[in-house]
Each structure stands twice: as C-alpha cells, then as structure tokens.
Ligand binder design. Structure first.
Ligand SMILES: *Cc1c(COP(=O)(O)O)cnc(C)c1O
Length: 487
C-alpha cells in the first residue's frame, strides 16, 4: 500500500494540485535524490538491510512492500482519486488517506476483494456472515460481469462460503436493488460499462441506497472501471463539495488500458479517501491480504507500468475519438443490426455518460471543442471525418464498441473476423493495436448458452477494442470483413 502522503518524496511537486496528465507523468517519478535520474530506478531487491532488530527504513521484504511498487501505487492513487478543480479553487483540496494496492493481475485484485468480504473483522475484513468472525457473507453483483469475475464470484468463491446474487440492476430499479440486499451483504460488485454489452449500471441509485445504511456495516461498492480507465471514469472522486463518491473501491485490470501495449498483466484496488477515513479497517484488511495472499506484481512489471501510465491521457483521447467515429460509421452500415457505444448520442446509456465522465476527461475534451452540458456542435455535416463533425455525434467515452452483424451465422462471423488485415482476432482489450473478438465463442463461452442468451450475447455479437491507428484504415478493414461475408 502507498498512501499519497505516505513518505514519498515529491520534490516540491504538489501531487494534488496538478492536472491529471501532469500527475500521470510526475507522481512516483520524481528525479532520484541521489543521482538526479529523471525516471524512477528499478528496485529488484527482495529483502532490505535492517539497522537493528526491527529497525528498517520502511521496507523489509519485497512481497509486503517494495520501492518500485510503492511508486506505482502512489501514481495509481493520484490518478484514481485526485480531482481537478479550476485553478484557484484547488488549494483547499485534501485527498490524503486514499490508497492503492497493486496485484499480479486484475483477477488477483478480484480475489483479494472477495476474500476481504469473508475475512474476520479483527484483521480488517468485512466479517463474513455475522460481520465479526469471518466466513461466508454475500455479494450483490451486476449480472453482465467480466467473465473472469463471474467465474470467481460464482465458482471459486464457493470455497470460502461467499454467496452471490447476480442482478440486472438497471431492470431491478431502486426497489429491486434494495430487496436484493441482505444484512450480510459485504460487497456490491459493479462494472461500468459492462462487458461485452457496454451497459451502464445505475450508480447514483445504488450510491443513494447504500449511503442511507449505517457506515460501519454497509456493503462496500466496488466499481470495476477497467473498460474506461481512470482517464474517463473516476467514481471515487465526489462530483462536488459535500457529495459522497459513487463508489468505495475501484478495481482496474491495468493489463488493459493501464499497460496500453498488451505486454503487462496487472491489477489494482484503490480505496477512496472517504472510505479510508470512515472505515480504516478496509485499508488494514487489504494490506493484510496483499501481503498474505502473495499475489503480487513484480517490480519489473511495476516499473514498466509506471512508464505506460505516463501516456494514458493521450492514448485515451485517441481511443475515444476513434471509437466514436467507428461507432457512428457502423451505425450507418446496412450489415449492422445493433451498435453499442455509450458515448454515441443514440445509445441507450448516453443519458448517463455526461454525469459519469471524469472531471479530467471533461476538461481535456473541452480543449477539443466539446461543450458541457453536452450540446452537439452546430456543424451540420454529421461527418466522421472532422472534429467538428464528430462533436455532433456524441462524447468520447472509452475505446470499446460492440455490435451485431445482421443475420450472420457463427460461420459468417468467423469469416468476418478472420478476413481482417489490421484488426487482430484476440481476447483482451485496451492496447494501442485494435483487437476484435466474439464473446459467445471466446471470452464468454464458459457462461453456457442459456445465460449467454439471457444477457443478449448472441453468436453474431462482436466486441471491438478500437486501437489508436488511423481510423480510415480501421474502417477500410471493416469494409474488407463485410465484403468477405457477402462472397
Ligand atoms: C481483464 C479484466 C479483468 C481481469 O484482469 P486480469 O488482469 O486479466 O486478471 C477484470 N475486469 C475486467 C472488466 C477485465 O476486462
């Protein structure tokens, strides 16, 4: 764990007073006080010399903490929790206390969170069934959840006695969600947007229900923000003074947009300042589990992740504008039956996007001419070929698009995805290169046909992780795919 004010030299850089893009480059990367090196040193030591029995300098053994991971955790905390306020307004903002825990994968972060639910209270855990002794307990999860999380929640967690209810929260509404909560509900598990349907669960409604419960025993709201990254979505940042954040903990598979180059597996949990202050047991419990489960990330990978995160902002803007252009183009093609991209004005979730958009993304988009409250630009061309044109189509909101090919059989879908030249058929997402996959036959195969169809995951649904290539080349590639099916 590294808290933001936790002993990290900032060389006069005020971690909370700079904008997101600046912090992405500087927090955790302060010039080395000894050599002046402008990038952080890679610390690979597994153990640290002590000056006397139990007299150490903050590091004993690299699993419990190591300097490179501490630097990365400080950076992740800054990106997930520090607000942007217009200049002059920021001097009173204090976000100290928030903390991040980095794990060897997003799945390890998921496992740690679920183990926390059933961990006994005196270790900082959720207390399980009776809230004290540990064991059991309940999780209320959104139904359209990432395949690996569904597997952990539904199958692996049985070994700890955790019980799980999957709920279509949008459909259930306030009353339905309230009814699904139990006295032993320790976690509410959300993803925004969900995978692969890109639906947005009603976070404000859930926050309202939870905020009315007694603070010590209420379930923690976990938001898996992997599909948007901290650039677009920061539910730990309150929307204004006196407002509570939408979530307690964000979970991110940094494997995806965090890495951005498809070369690191890693995950993180970040606890909001509000939760850290009102329920310090959560930090204690997660720190205990990060060390005791041992599912850590290597310092070498942490070092590479620090480098990757420096460009998160520039990559995410391009992912977003490319995805918005592609979604708008797909919508107009006769081969397409349904397109989902929450940022497209015609998408069912568009009404929620503006409220969820991070203050940082909003500011960056304003630079490119977007106006908030959202007003389509007055350009009437509706063209995807100019910035003014795409401003009429919606708001960039991540790089994930899903679509259904009208009447296509599984064999035709196979032809489509294998005839593409640039867009690679592969699982995962978030890299600079475009990837495409077919959930029914790949990432969501394990769900079984009945569950899949109930979630709308038909054989002709395709999930597209739009990369940052030139969008014209990507569209040309999709044209090649459509032509291949027609043959
Ligand atoms: C990939 C992913 C995970 C799991 O992360 P790994 O790093 O692959 O273990 C969790 N949630 C979502 C939404 C993901 O896309």
């Amino acid at each position: 764990m590294a808290t933001l004010n936790g002993g990290l030299s900032t060389n006069g850089l005020k971690a909370h007073h700079d904008h997101f893009t600046t912090r992405a480059i500087h927090v955790g990367s302060e010039p080395d006080p000894v050599t002046g090196a402008v990038v952080p040193s890679l610390g690979v030591a597994t153990t640290f010399k002590q000056d006397g029995v139990n007299k150490h300098r903050g590091y004993e053994y690299a699993r419990s903490a190591n300097p490179t991971r501490t630097q990365l955790e400080a950076l992740v905390t800054s990106l997930e929790t520090s607000p942007y306020f217009a200049s002059g307004e920021d001097s009173h903002v204090d976000v100290s206390g928030a903390a991040s825990f980095v794990f060897g994968s997003g799945s390890a972060a998921t496992a740690a969170m679920c183990v926390w639910a059933g961990l006994q209270a005196n270790e900082g855990g959720g207390g399980g069934k009776d809230g004290v002794n540990g064991g059991g307990g309940h999780v209320l999860a959104v139904n359209d959840v990432y395949g690996g999380s569904a597997r952990y929640l539904a199958r692996t967690s049985k070994s700890t006695g955790l019980e799980v209810t999957f709920l279509d929260m949008e459909k259930a509404g306030e009353e339905g969600i309230r009814k699904a909560l139990r006295p032993d509900t320790r976690l509410i598990w959300l993803e925004a947007p969900t995978n692969p349907q890109l639906l947005v669960p009603p976070l404000p409604t859930i926050a309202k229900i939870v905020d009315a419960l007694p603070i010590e025993t209420r379930p923690l709201v976990i938001v898996d923000t992997t599909f948007l990254s901290a650039f677009y979505f920061t539910p730990l940042i309150p929307s204004g003074p006196g407002v509570l954040p939408l979530g307690d903990v964000t979970l991110s598979s940094l494997t995806k947009y965090g890495s951005g180059h498809s070369d690191i597996i890693m995950g993180s949990l970040t606890v909001s300042q509000h939760t850290a202050r009102t329920r310090p047991n959560v930090l204690k419990g997660l720190q205990f589990l990060q060390n005791s489960l041992g599912a850590t990330a290597s310092p070498r990978d942490c070092h590479l992740m620090i480098r990757s995160l420096k460009t998160l902002s520039v990559r995410m803007i391009r992912h977003g504008t490319n995805a918005l252009r592609i979604a708008a183009w797909l919508r107009d093609q006769p081969e397409i039956e349904q397109v989902r991209y929450p940022g497209l004005t015609t998408d069912g979730a568009f009404h929620m996007v503006e409220a969820l958009l991070s203050p940082n993304a909003r500011r960056e988009l304003e630079f490119f001419g977007w106006k908030f409250p959202f007003e389509p630009s007055t350009d009437t061309s509706n063209s995807i070929d100019s910035l003014a044109g795409i401003r009429t189509l919606g708001i960039p909101f991540g790089g994930m698009v899903s679509f259904k090919l009208k009447g296509a059989s599984a064999a035709q879908i196979d032809t489509f995805v294998t005839s593409l030249r640039l867009i690679t058929l592969a699982e995962s997402l978030g890299g600079v290169e475009s990837l495409i996959e077919v959930p029914a036959g790949m990432t969501h195969k394990e769900l079984g046909e009945e569950t899949r169809l109930a979630l709308g995951i038909t054989d002709n649904l395709v999930r597209f992780s739009v990369g940052i290539e030139d969008v014209e080349d990507l569209i040309q590639d999709l044209r090649i795919g459509f032509a291949a099916i027609r043959q």
